[in-house]
Design a protein around this ligand. Sequence first.
Ligand code: GLA
Length: 536
Amino acid sequence: MKIHRMCSRGRILSGAFAGVAAVAFVLALTGPATPRSQTSPPLGFPRTDHAEVDGLALTPPMGWYPWNIFGEEPQNEKLIREIVDALVASGMREAGYAYVGPDEGICFTRGADGKLTANLERYPSGLRGLGDAIHAKGLKYALYTDAGTKTCSGAMPGTRGHEFEDMKAFADWRADYIKIDWCNSTGLVIADTYSILAKAQRAAGRPVVHSLCSWGDGYPWLWAGAIGHMWRTTADICAPGKADWARAMRITFANEKLHGFAGPGRWNDPDMMIVGMPGLSEAQNRSLFSLWCMMASPLMAGNDLRHMDKSTIDILTNLEAIAVDQDPLGVQGRVVWNDGNVSLWAGKPLHDGSQAVLVLYQGKYRAEKKITWEELGLRASDELYVRNLWTRETSGPHAGGFTVSVGPDDVAFLRLSKKSEFPVPPIIVADSYLVPLRAANSRPETLKGTVTVTNKGSADLPPWRVDPGSLPPWLAVAVEGRGKVQSFANTVTTAGLKKGRYHALVRADNVDPVSGKPMSALYYDVDLEVARNVRR
Ligand code: GLA
């Protein structure tokens, strides 16, 4: 048997190596059996949530990741760029999907100096070049590595023993999100290991969404809020290339049990989605998406965005369903009743005083379920409007309860409110996360570049705030416009600057005007190239 791995630059693995690779592949699908050891936060690490400092992922991260549909092959720059274009063209960017990049297929290697090097055959622009291209499209850059000695396939070096230099490399490549796997980690203490990686990220100076991927090993929901933003709770949702509905349902109900551990900046991650992958019906696609929204899960699409039918696009971009996932209260819904075929999901209050309710039907024939207000913890006499998030119809007000009819593997996904309006919380979309500027003259110049940010949610936003004290002396940022569309006007004054390259990472903050809760911080890069020394 021969396995051709492009990550190892066309090296042919055979014999014993192929056997090892095959075992690694199986482990990648199931998650290796690492001893479940440490269950409390690592010593010496703050108990406060990581997100309170960097303001990242206060609602579940949304984006796309390649593993579910592609596996390791054929990830390369061309593919990622095509996916980026498809993400924008399909309307997914406008629906809030932002984090995109390679998974295990990054294919970097470690040089004799210990430093990671990009594979230029597969990523001709280099990993920084790919990041810049993604930022220029108004998207955020996601990258992958492993906490052990090697990644799961064995084809790439893990971070073990190189945590600080690797996290620095990721910061230099301008990653905004780092998924860190847990393969080849025998002998490592899990919370300590991820804690070192979080410290290394802080030392590297670029705030990143830290996505822990230990498949539930080490019970990350008990301690990882202090060092990351999301953690896988289960084994992989499918083998690359083909969705597996039964496995997805097992993962759903395992993740459901952990509802009490989720909250703003600390998310249970039941894995990337399988919506739109071969092997799922339209009803199953709709159900999976609704369940992920109900569980306030990260919404990382895992399908081939270049080839989506209308139904898949409609499901992935349903802003009313996304509104439930992205609700600023960040509560994970849970099962409140289950007869084996029908499960009733509730316990998800939303920022405007409404609440989300879901009925999942796993039986063979269409069934009806009467939802009583009392089983949702409400008074029977409450008069509630019912919004169906898929048919987009509002009915009511209804007292006592509401009956839904649901087909096999399908859901009824509802929002209940005393009001007939169902506002969408802030969903933020930027036209770019990169401002590249160049000063050619030796006389002082003023250069300008703008980032425009739109809220796809219902309410006008207060003005975004940028702390002027956080900016370098050559940069000023003014927030222009009001409400839904606001711009960051970046003004660079070059007087007195020496020839060279300058960089600033700008942080902007805002709050949801309905709940008053902080929104995820928004970061963008300003690059300034000064071609000659500039006079004062
Ligand atoms: C593990 C992860 C997957 C994917 C692969 C890559 O199995 O759980 O999501 O990243 O590794 O090898």
